[in-house]
Design a protein. Structure first.
Length: 310
């Protein structure tokens, strides 16, 4: 585990030394801040996962009827929900949470935009994701991508918290990826050739309501949920400087020069003259490969782009 000097800050954002936080982020590629969301906010987001998955917040591909299932059973059949902020007012508001925005402005830029939200659900027995860098999937022009990983359950080693290689963002290199053949991880490919110990890294444990902020170039992974019970849920938003364009492939083979399917979070948008697009659509990724393939095929046939499933 990380020592407290490297990994955490005081729970009241008003007491956080933003300069020290920024220095740690620049050095390590990540920081955590506990207690940014209170218990009521965390519980509201847990309940919102259910409402979104049932289609109660608006049309969403992959929504399924409750069919008598409890909330726990329903959530247990979900791997992820992509772009929930597009139909959930609560998740949209959480992107610009007043205790998160000052930290983003310190770590990224006074001008911040977001392009992606995802809910992750990891029930007991589910695998993690192998070493990767988020800018491999969501490239910026200035290496400003920052993930804000809000823990909706206590994330610990036993239930599959994230791991980071401190300082791995510093070279500014996106490493090649390849299949891993390791059943501890899902099907997403693994970064290699970086020189870091495959079984090393620092565990990023964070309590429910805490947030891990991490750079898009930092190598990170998660391991399986080996707990006997309970979920490891998280709401993740990806942010970047508004000064940078977003040459995102959106899972395709050719990047657009500047994807404008964004939400402004703070400051000014230098490219406001380009307007805003509505490209990606929200969808529920089930823990059933067959059903997942059906949903993606239906979305493609309807001309409704999804973000990549990685």
């Amino acid at each position: 585990m990380l020592d407290e000097a490297r990994s955490s800050a005081k729970s009241d954002v008003g007491d956080v030394d933003l300069g020290a936080l920024r220095s740690a982020y620049q050095r390590d590629g990540f920081v955590t801040v506990e207690g940014l969301l209170n218990a009521d906010e965390v519980e509201a987001l847990r309940a919102e996962i259910v409402a979104v998955a049932l289609g109660e917040r608006g049309a969403i591909a992959g929504a399924e009827p409750r069919d008598g299932r409890s909330d726990e059973a329903l959530v247990g059949e979900i791997l992820a929900i992509h772009m929930p902020h597009k139909i959930s007012r609560l998740m949209r508001a959480t992107m610009a949470h007043p205790r998160i925005v000052p930290i983003l402005k310190s770590l990224i830029s006074p001008n911040v935009k977001a392009m992606q939200t995802m809910v992750f659900v990891k029930r007991p027995g589910k695998p993690g994701q192998a070493w990767h860098q988020d800018e491999h999937y969501i490239p910026t022009r200035d290496r400003s991508l920052c993930g804000a990983w809000i823990a909706l359950d206590d994330a610990v080693i036993e239930n599959g918290c994230m791991w980071m290689h401190p300082g791995s963002q510093a070279p500014g290199v996106l490493y090649p990826i390849k299949p891993h053949g390791d059943d501890r991880f899902d099907g997403a490919e693994e970064a290699y050739g970086h020189g870091y110990d495959r079984e090393g890294g620092a565990a990023v444990e964070v309590k429910a309501g805490g947030v891990a902020f991490f750079n898009g170039y930092v190598l990170h992974r998660s391991l399986p949920n080996r707990a006997k019970a309970g979920f490891r849920r998280a709401l993740v938003t990806h942010y970047m400087s508004a000064e940078s364009m977003l040459p995102w492939t959106l899972g395709g083979t050719k990047a657009r020069p500047d994807v404008r399917d964004i939400v402004m979070i703070a400051g000014q948008d230098p490219y406001a003259w380009r307007g805003v697009e509505e490209i990606t659509k929200p969808w529920v990724r089930p823990d059933n490969a067959e059903r997942q393939a059906e949903i993606l095929a239906e979305m493609a046939a309807a001309g409704r782009p999804s973000q990549p499933a990685d």
